[in-house]
Design a protein around this ligand. Sequence first.
Ligand code: OGA
Ligand code: MN
Length: 203
Amino acid sequence: MQSDAPSLLSIADDLVERGWSQQDAFLPPDLALALADECRARAAQGTLAPAAIGHRATVAVLESIRGDRIEWLEAGQSVACDRYLQIMETLRVALNRDLYLGLEEYECHFALYPPGAFYQKHLDRFHDDDCRTVSAIIYLNDGWLPEQGGALRLYPAGQASQDIAPLMNRFALFLSADMPHEVLPASRERLSLTGWFKRRAQT
Ligand code: OGA
Ligand code: MN
C-alpha cells in the first residue's frame, strides 16, 4: 500500500475532524481471510490467553470487565502477519507525515470474544503510560449480521455515540486518549486484530 493511498488520506482527515475513522474493505481480501484463519488456528491451538486489564503493578484478569482472549503478534510469525505489520508501518508513516503525531511504535494482538463476552466502557490509555495514541482494529468476521451484536460503541465528545459492527475486513481507528468505547456482547464468536500506534513516553 502506498502512503498516499486514498484510504490513508481519509483516515488522517477523519481523525482530525471527528477523532475516529471507519474504512471498509481495507485490506486485500485474501489477507483479511488469511488473518481470520490464523486467529482461528491460534484459538484452536490454545495459544490465546484471557486478556488482562491494567498496566504494570495493577494487571488483573476480570471477566466482568473484559471477556476476550488475546495473543500478541510478533514479526516473523507468518506471512499474513508480516504483510499486516507492513501495512501498519505504511500507515504509521502516513499519520506522522499528515498529523505530526510522532508515532514511533506499533503493537497488536489477535482477540477472540466468545459468545456473550464484552469489554466494558474504557479508555485505551493507561494512567501510568500515555504512549498509546491511535487505536486501530481490523475485524475478521465473515457474514456478520446486525442482530448478532458485538459492535464497537464509540463515545466521541459532544457527538452521538457511534456503533461499528465487526464486519470482515472493516478497519476502525480512533484517538486513544480521548475516545471512551466499549465492546457489546455478541451471539457468536468475534475475531479481530487490535493494535496501537504509540508515541515516545513523555517524561
Ligand atoms: C480493546 C478494545 C475494541 C474492539 O481491545 O481495547 O477496545 O472492537 N477493542 O475489539
Ligand atoms: Mn479499547
